[in-house]
Design a protein around this ligand. Structure first.
Ligand code: AHG
Ligand code: MN
Ligand code: MN
Length: 338
């Protein structure tokens, strides 16, 4: 593709190539991108824009986490940008307990949008990369939209992506034909295609996990990480490097850029929860992107995209990235169950 291909042009060309992106979906993606641009500006202003720190009343979200100002701002930006355009029937967010049905005064569309408006909240105030994650589903046939309409497995997604607010603002997208990356050109005010056909190498020597939870892990995760730490002298016969940014967007972005494996496993701190990350608006979109780039994503037992969700805010254990590493750890889980 020629230089300076904007997101809009990329989507129009994809639409022309195989007709797989209906106009409504293209417009919806463009609106999400515009919202991300505006969140990026708020993030960039930082202390000057008064956007850092906890929300005024120290509000808690449905997950029991204290909301940061930017969690709320980003959520509002996404809703306001998307509610009136006619592409959506409803939205769901990490920051809202219930679904947000498009108000009657606006036209109703045929899609459902899910998002983690601001991922990596603990990194906002320390000026480390954060992002927005989104997932688009088709609204099932039927009259009024309900929460049940959102409970579709990740393999039903029609678009998924994230925008990472780091040294550059980069939007990463899949509509089911590979993964493309767009960098925000601040002078032009538009996202410009900077990489197509993103590929995650099958092998890696880099893992990402919060090591401080080691004592709480189960045996397969412990075995896998122990073997990585044993390096060239151990069973793997090679040294491993470790990275943990604590923003899933930034960790996944690194993996899409140079490979690696990311783990947020179940652990004994909260044994009744399957994991920390949320299935519908964190694990599903990221898993689809990783698979579209040739990687793999499981919960240790099954492909994340095949999990039939039971709840909007359901959590899940996550292993994703370079295929051979994900398969190895998934095999360790299977062996432990024998
Ligand atoms: P969020 O800010 O949306 O709540 O998500 C934070 C998530 C994810 O981005 C990251 O991988 C993980 O939490 C970090 O967890 P630790 O605090 O255990 O490092
Ligand atoms: Mn998150
Ligand atoms: Mn969040």
């Amino acid at each position: 593709m020629a230089n300076h291909v904007s997101l809009t042009r990329y989507l129009v060309e994809q639409q022309r190539l195989d007709g797989s992106i209906p106009s409504q979906l293209r417009l919806l993606i463009e609106v999400v991108a515009r919202a991300c641009k505006s969140i990026s500006h708020a993030v960039n202003k930082g202390a000057l824009g008064g956007v850092l720190g906890a929300s005024e009343n120290q509000n808690e979200n449905i997950q029991g986490e204290i909301q940061k100002k930017l969690d709320i701002i980003a959520n509002e930006v996404l809703i306001e940008a998307n509610e009136w355009g006619g592409h959506l029937a409803a939205m769901a967010s990490e920051e809202m307990e219930d679904i947000y049905v498009v108000p009657n005064r606006y036209p109703q569309g045929e899609y459902l949008l899910l998002f983690d408006p601001l991922d990596g909240s603990s990194n906002i105030d320390v000026n480390v990369s954060i992002g927005t994650i989104f997932s688009v589903l088709r609204k099932p046939e039927g009259a009024a939209v309900t929460e049940g309409d959102f409970l579709q497995a990740g393999c039903e997604q029609v678009a998924a992506g994230y925008c990472v607010y780091g040294p550059q603002t980069t939007l990463v997208l899949t509509v089911g034909h590979g993964v493309a990356m767009f960098t925000l050109d601040r002078e032009q005010g538009s996202f410009v295609l900077t990489q197509e056909h993103v590929k995650v190498p099958e092998d890696t020597q880099e893992f990402a996990i919060n090591m401080s939870n080691m004592r709480h892990w189960d045996a397969p995760t412990r075995r896998y990480i122990d073997e990585c730490l044993d390096g060239a002298e151990g069973p793997r016969g090679k040294n491993f490097n470790m990275r943990w940014i604590a923003s899933m967007v930034a960790d996944v972005h690194r993996i899409l850029t140079r490979g690696g494996v990311f783990l947020y496993p179940w652990d004994k701190r909260e044994p009744h929860k399957p994991g920390k990350l949320r299935l519908m608006y964190e694990a599903n979109p990221m898993s689809w992107l990783i698979e579209q780039a040739g990687g793999a994503a499981t919960n240790g037992h099954q492909r994340i995209l095949d999990i039939a969700p039971a709840q909007l805010h359901q959590r899940v254990s996550v292993v994703l990235g370079s295929k051979n590493e994900v398969e190895r750890l998934t095999r360790y889980y299977a062996e432990a169950a024998e």
